[in-house]
Design a protein around this ligand. Sequence first.
Ligand code: DGL
Length: 273
Amino acid sequence: MQNLGRGSKATPIGVFDSGVGGLSVWREIVRQLPAEDTLYFADQAHIPYGQRSLDEVRRLTEDVTRFLLGQDAKLIVVACNTASGAALHALREKFPEVPFVGMEPAVKPAVEHTRTGIIGVIATAATFQGDLFARLVQRFGNGFDIHTQACPGLVEAVEAGALDTPETESLLRRYLTPLLDAGIDQLVLGCTHYPFLSPLIQRIVGPEVRLIDPAPAVARQVERVLTQRDLLAPPEQIGQHRFYTSGDPAQFAAMAHMLTGAKHMTRKASLLP
Ligand code: DGL
């Protein structure tokens, strides 16, 4: 029988996303917790998640979770807003012994910092459809003007490394102009791919609009959960990192290097049906 959810201090943190986006969370985890080993899985055979049904995303994330647990992950970070919105609840029910840390659009910090009371949120279409986002707005958005914008094409641009091309810029201008016209002063990056576009986004929205990337807060939450469960790696350890993709390993390795500076071999992994 598989030894699921029996991680120890010495086993890695599992992190997954549909592609390279979750690396924006992974790099924060590595920065804040340098002693931890990590295991990153990119489900690039099924990207983009944001245009799949919630049921499909749920099924895919269960398969990825089984893969990571099979590699002894002690905690799983769902480094994808779309997957967290669609599946985090179901994953916690299906694997009750496993600690999960998920993503949610950072509406709370946005309402805490806004001066105009007008907030923009960019994410995939699926993230806006899920209950998680509706609950967030209900909980924190009362009395604030929250403008949402789905951004098809941006995930693909980041996957292709097109971080500052005229095509990506014109796509972003199309999505951001209505938010700027509405008078936002906070822009929530509600998809883990988008922080890699931050320099271009900031140039378009100008210095008055604050971009909010939840990755540092997620890394702190990982530390909190590991501490509570007495699962932190020994501080003298130097973290080792392994990467897997269900897509093309050479392509993933090149993009991971470009986006984070990390130079690691990537292995091909197929999910069991
Ligand atoms: N990084 C994922 C997210 O946070 C992208 C989802 C996709 O594959 O569409 O939503």
